[in-house]
Design a protein around this ligand. Structure first.
Ligand SMILES: [Mg+2]
Length: 441
């Protein structure tokens, strides 16, 4: 039961790996900034989850400040590239950066922040289409900031079609309304995050899908496909101040998928699922890490990524999935190199089909330099190492209680963390130790 072994390790609090609280890197006594001396150039980058790692709701986790004191020099400059990868999506990056600067006590730039919707800036083919956005917070501003030029909100639909939102009896219109003309045809639906009034959004999104984007049309469920649907943040649950996890956007998606299936008999299909654990999100995060390293003048390629999170199904699954991609990519590259060598000798060589079909995003984001993405699980959030272990180990984690998204397969190897540590400060110490990193002074 290798797949479950970490549960047993973690369930016994005494078994949690205690990272030694000793000084892990010798102070070399040299002066100068991190960017001016190649000795200090990091060959690794850090991806931090936020909720459950750095904060619980609005409350900072004490270990976070200690961890970040290790990551900046005396001028407050980062000594390693750091990106915050959150599945939150209800605000602009700058607001999140300001909040992080405040709680961590170090200046954070918006370029270091990746929200669940950030990779949508890559979906340029939708940027000039009329898109419906669902979520809460400044959704119109967020969409425009990502490059979408023609955006409609759920509230705009409610106002134009008051007869459609009928679940809450108190919101039903008192007077009949006249037919709506000139409302734009919706061409795609983008789900940023959980809305405030789920029933309204569920109703209106299903309406849009079943009318092919024109709410004056009757329902038409016989089509083999529906409008393009792009969803961010698949987290079933997340951890705030409450003792137990709270519903996340993944729970909203479960509702939407099941309602659509019940009404049409067909599966809801996504054009894209982004946010952790999707591979695209890690591609984008690595791209930001490389950009940051370049801006700092660090020329050493970033070979290792470390992803620190509190959620097995999101942070650990995502990091391990990306690691698997990096390993397979390296194998493909080496197969290609071997094939070229063989071809060069005049021997006919058959290159496997996938060799020449590198991920489409690589052309947009440039090829990754990382060869590994290691997952580190902290015990300050969703994951609770003190949870009692059931007598029947098979009840711990199995497909029937898989909290990942419908379209992501359960794979025990993907939810096994590389390391389990008490908190984010221990995670940073562990990484410095593994990288034998000497911090500049
Ligand atoms: Mg989290």
């Amino acid at each position: 039961m290798k797949a479950l072994s970490f549960i047993f390790r973690a369930a016994n609090s005494l078994c949690i790996r205690q990272v030694e609280q000793r000084t892990l890197f010798a102070r070399c006594g040299m002066c100068g900034s991190a960017s001016s001396n190649s000795k200090f150039e990091p060959g690794f980058g850090l991806l931090f989850d936020i909720d459950g790692v750095l904060v619980r709701g609005k409350t900072p986790i004490p270990a976070a400040k200690k961890a970040f004191q290790k990551l900046v020099d005396s001028n407050g400059q980062f000594v390693v590239p750091v990106v915050f990868v959150t599945n939150a999506g209800n605000c602009l990056r700058q607001k999140k950066a300001d909040h992080l600067s405040h709680i961590l006590g170090v200046p954070i730039s918006q370029d270091q922040v990746m929200m669940s919707h950030s990779p949508l800036r890559m979906f340029k083919k939708y940027h000039d289409k009329c898109v419906l956005v669902s979520g809460q917070g400044p959704v119109l501003d967020i969409a425009k900031n990502l490059g979408f030029m023609n955006v409609v909100s759920i509230d705009m639909i409610r106002e134009s079609f008051p007869l459609l939102d009928m679940v809450d009896h108190n919101r039903r219109p008192k007077l009949p309304s006249s037919p709506v003309v000139n409302f734009p045809k919706i061409e795609a639906v983008i789900l940023f995050g959980e809305p405030i009034r789920w029933e309204t959004n569920l109703q209106l999104i299903v309406d849009i899908l079943l009318t092919n984007g024109n709410l004056n049309n009757p329902y038409e469920s016989s089509h083999s496909s529906h409008l393009p649907l792009l969803a961010c943040n698949m987290d079933l649950m997340w951890m705030a101040e409450a003792q137990a996890p709270r519903f996340g956007h993944g729970t909203f998606l479960v509702c939407l998928e099941n309602i659509y299936k019940k009404i049409t008999g067909k599966d809801l299909k996504y054009e894209a699922l982004i946010g952790k654990p999707s591979e695209l999100t890690y591609h984008f995060a690595e791209y930001l890490i490389r950009e940051q390293a370049a801006q700092m003048g660090w020329r050493a390629p970033i070979r290792s990524l470390y992803a620190i999170g509190d959620n097995l199904m999101t942070d650990i699954y995502g990091a391990n999935l990306y690691n698997r991609y990096l390993v397979e990519r390296a194998a493909r590259k080496s197969a290609k190199a071997v094939a070229k060598v063989v071809a060069g000798t005049g021997t006919p060589a058959t290159v496997p089909q996938e060799v020449d079909t590198d991920n489409a995003w690589e052309s947009e984001l440039a090829s990754p330099t990382a060869t590994s993405c290691k997952s580190i699980l902290v015990c300050t959030g969703v994951f609770n190492p003190l949870t009692e272990v059931p007598k029947d180990a098979s009840q711990c984690i199995k497909e029937t209680v898989f909290h990942g998204h419908r379209d992501f397969h359960f794979d025990p190897a993907l939810v096994e963390p590389g390391h389990i540590v008490p908190d984010v400060n221990a995670a940073v110490e562990l990484i410095f130790e593994q990288e034998k990193y000497e911090m500049p002074v």
